[in-house]
Design a protein around this ligand. Structure first.
Ligand code: NDP
Length: 498
């Protein structure tokens, strides 16, 4: 499949502007073949995109919430109607199986659009009013911020674009969005859907390119907020640049999340959870539970069940409904993940339970040039190993054993990251006690990975600042204005005649 070239999208349309500048390719990770040429946005195109968002802002901000809601709901229904078409694009761009993109990526984005559309239509942006004293009262308003920048990672492209743009637009802001250069295809489809749904020209704009293009947004005085999803190291740079201009920020960053298996657990259930926490999306999920803490007495049983269930992971043709495991997203990322797998064997000397270097055996000949790795499990891991300390962002599970729960909790928390954590066990009170002690912003009990629109999610410690989704997710896109009204007829003053 090949798609027409992509150009900076502003003021309601893609703008080719003569197209003489640098370009890059979107590559199908399953075959290593190019699918689309993307034109990098020049500094002046980024400027035009921001100007277009700035111009659209006053009118969109003063559009009544119910009207804004209607447009966002229309966009959600267009997304749902085109689910399979968009899912195919995401599969081509990211290498995720269609069985996953068609059931998760677009659906969870449309859910969030509907959630925020309904929230603003039912008073979610209302302020409060209260009497201060007989002669005075106070009212507050939630005001939009202005033009906001959304900068996305490559692992959930359209979902990230929607988790940022839905509350942003719902609150009355406008957006300039930069997708990752690794997975840019969804952006124009989304922009066109917003336009078709009735969003005014300029309210949602797209710029393309690498970190340099991103940095034009983060330092621009015409941008009021930066909502960023990506690595901790990049997040530090982005937050630093934004802070220099006193911009609002939301930072959704990396993790190295623990799964704690309690001694009374249903082992089958815990293994299913640990597999979802490591191999869904080929392990390219920020909340991955890559450090699996298992009680010493369950180690053998846990490993046996895991090895048996690993055969249910099925790499292959991404459009085959039975395929549930794809390649990694890019060559660079493939080399990085492979490097960690080799390091785990050669330097950390962890015990290789499954997988290892090399491609999965079942990959058909036509896909042999794709970025495939084997789902890999290391056992007998220790906390000091590089594979246990660093975010790999690939299908690599580390099993660690523990002898007491206090020890497991202390070791689980012994990281500068704090994105997610989870507990599996039959004693629900014990599960709650453990979860309460875990230092992470997103936690699960007896499940892993579900992130519905209603649930605010965000990292602790170095894993982020602020949250997305839920009621709190809307608050992140507004600023407060308080007004004190005096009805007593005179201004309290110290400058009165003696
Ligand atoms: P990166 O940090 O490499 O990139 C994220 C985005 O930032 C890309 O669009 C990138 O551009 C852009 N960028 C790079 N440098 C700058 C800069 N100086 N100024 C502005 N923008 C810049 O992350 P990845 O794309 O590799 O994504 C993977 C990471 O994202 C993982 O660490 C993962 O944990 C995290 N993540 C966190 C989530 C969360 O909700 N907490 C959810 C999903 C992922 P480009 O790449 O095009 O050069």
């Amino acid at each position: 499949m090949s798609l027409p070239d992509r150009h900076t999208f502003y003021n309601g349309k893609p703008r080719s502007n003569g197209s003489s500048g640098p370009t890059f390719q979107s590559i199908d990770p399953s075959t290593n073949k190019p699918i689309c040429t993307i034109h990098t946005s020049s500094a002046s195109e980024v400027e035009q995109a921001i100007r277009s968002a700035n111009l659209a802002f006053p009118s969109w901000a003063s559009t009544p919430p119910v009207e804004r809601s209607r447009i966002l709901l229309k966009a959600a229904s267009l997304l749902r109607a085109r689910n399979d078409e968009l899912a195919k694009i995401e599969t081509l761009d990211t290498g995720k199986p269609f069985s996953e993109t068609s059931t998760v990526d677009i659906v969870t984005g449309a859910d969030v659009l509907e959630y925020f559309a309904h929230l603003i239509a039912s008073g979610g942006l209302n302020g409060e009013a209260f009497h201060l004293r007989d002669s005075a009262w106070v009212y507050t308003a939630k005001e939009p911020l202005g033009t906001c920048a959304g900068i996305g990672a490559w692992n959930y492209p359209i979902q990230i674009a929607l988790w940022k743009s839905a509350p942003c637009l719902a609150a009355g802001n406008t957006m300039v969005y930069k997708p990752s250069e690794v997975t840019p295809l969804h952006a124009q489809f989304l922009a066109e859907i917003y336009t078709e749904a009735g969003l005014p020209d300029g309210a949602f704009n797209v710029v393309y390119g690498d970190g340099q293009v991103g940095s034009l947004l983060t330092k621009h005085p015409g941008v009021a907020k930066v909502s960023f999803t990506g690595q901790v190291a990049t997040g530090r740079k982005v937050a630093g640049a934004a802070a220099g201009e006193m911009k609002y920020v939301t930072m959704e960053l990396g993790g190295k999340s623990p799964v704690i298996v309690l001694p009374d657990v249903d082992v089958d259930q815990a293994v299913d959870g640990a597999m979802m926490a490591n191999f869904f999306s080929t392990g390219q999920v920020c909340t991955n539970g890559t450090r699996v803490f298992v009680p010493e007495q369950l180690k053998t049983k846990f490993e046996e069940v895991l090895v048996r269930k690993m055969q249910y992971i099925r790499p292959g043709d991404l459009m085959d409904p039975n395929t549930n495991f794809g390649p990694l997203v890019s060559k660079i990322h493939y080399e990085k993940v492979l490097g960690y797998i080799k390091h785990g064997i050669d330097v950390d000397r962890a015990r290789l339970l499954c997988g290892g270097p090399g491609r999965p055996e079942s990959i058909p000949l036509g896909l042999k040039d794709g970025y495939w790795v084997r789902p890999t499990v290391f056992a007998d891991c220790t906390d000091d190993m590089k594979i246990v300390r660093e975010e790999i962002f690939g299908p690599v599970m580390s099993i660690l054993t523990y002898s007491s729960l206090d020890e497991a909790v202390q070791r689980a928390n012994n990281t500068e990251l704090g994105l997610a954590a989870g507990v599996f066990g039959r004693d629900i009170n014990q599960c709650h006690r453990v979860v309460k002690q875990l230092q992470a912003g997103i936690t699960w009990v007896n499940t892993w990975g579900e992130s519905p629109a209603e649930m605010a999610v965000g990292g602790w410690k170095q894993s982020g600042v602020g949250v997305e989704n839920g009621r709190k997710g809307l608050e992140a896109w507004v600023r407060n204005k308080s007004t004190l009204v005096e009805m007593g007829g005179s201004v309290p003053t110290v400058f009165a005649k003696l």
